[in-house]
Design a protein around this ligand. Structure first.
Ligand code: NDP
Length: 254
């Protein structure tokens, strides 16, 4: 039996920001396995080359640029389109976490997390959409978070960036929908990666996550792939401005 043609994305070109490891790398792998040409992005060329070597060969490229820096983003995306081809898919995944009580949060950390988690999606989204809207088609997925909806003590700035990213997703949908570009969010729950390592290693917190999640476990990076493949496929051509939470049910229960 073959997959339904509505889910066929083979031959598309996709850029995944922050894909040297973790969720970004898993999403890139999923796109490559679905037959896309994939461009990995991060700030370290050697790390990206090692990540690219892990993915199915032939269709994988790398692009080193910092997603918080406007001129670098503009040059990076222009160079990707010239070298690899027109982008059909952009996944804004690069992000970071800083945990501290608000009263101890510094100005520079505030700007750093805002730049990395929110401004980055504006910069890369705008740059890609300039091209996608001209061509009349494109899919953008912003990696939001369960913290786009809820917050815990000590992560207010992170939640603020992810809540704002959800609204940026809806705004991009409003602005670019008429030109054939769909923009959605993918909202991971607690997923085991380098970003969450301190939480995974905290036995009490780790048990809390398992107990609080209807699925009864931490998420794995591969858990996010199906949701992404749906959002960037023709099956989702009339789905835009939504956030799909892939969180084992956590955002749905008290
Ligand atoms: P990791 O810390 O494991 O990976 C982050 C990635 O982003 C790395 O590849 C890093 O590459 C890249 N990156 C960071 N800053 C920049 C930058 N300025 N320019 C380019 N690339 C950058 O994080 P995760 O995989 O856990 O998270 C990925 C996304 O998923 C983030 O947006 C995060 O907020 C979100 N998320 C994660 C959850 C989780 O439980 N893990 C839950 C909900 C959301 P390099 O350092 O090589 O540049």
């Amino acid at each position: 039996m073959t997959a339904h043609p509505l889910f066929d994305i083979s031959g598309r070109t996709a850029l995944v920001t922050g894909s040297s490891r973790g969720i970004g790398l898993a999403l890139a792998r999923g796109l490559a396995e679905a037959g896309c040409t994939v461009v990995l992005n991060g700030r370290d060329g050697d790390r990206l080359a090692r990540a690219a070597a892990e993915l199915p060969g032939g269709l994988v490229h790398t692009a080193v640029f910092d997603v918080t820096d406007g001129p670098s983003v503009a040059a990076g995306i222009a160079e990707v389109e010239e070298r690899v081809g027109p982008l059909d898919i952009l996944v804004n995944n690069a992000g970071m976490q800083l945990r501290a009580p608000l009263l101890e949060f510094t100005d520079s950390d505030w700007h750093r997390i805002l730049d990395t988690n929110l401004t980055s999606a504006f910069l890369t989204g705008r740059e890609a959409a300039r091209r996608m809207t001209r061509r009349g088609r494109g899919k953008i997925v912003n990696v939001c978070s369960l913290q786009s909806e809820v917050v815990r003590p000590g992560i207010a700035p992170y939640a603020a960036t992810k809540g704002a990213l959800k609204m940026l997703t809806k705004g991009m949908c409003a602005d670019w929908g008429p030109q054939g570009v769909q923009v959605n969010g993918l909202g991971p729950g607690y997923i085991e990666t380098e970003l969450t390592r301190p939480l995974v290693e905290d036995a009490e917190f780790s048990a809390w996550v398992r107990g609080r999640t209807p699925a009864g476990r931490w998420g794995r990076t591969e858990d996010l792939v199906g949701g992404l493949l749906f959002l960037v496929s023709p099956a989702a051509d009339f789905v835009t401005g939504q956030v799909l939470y892939v969180d084992g049910g956590m955002t749905s229960v008290l």
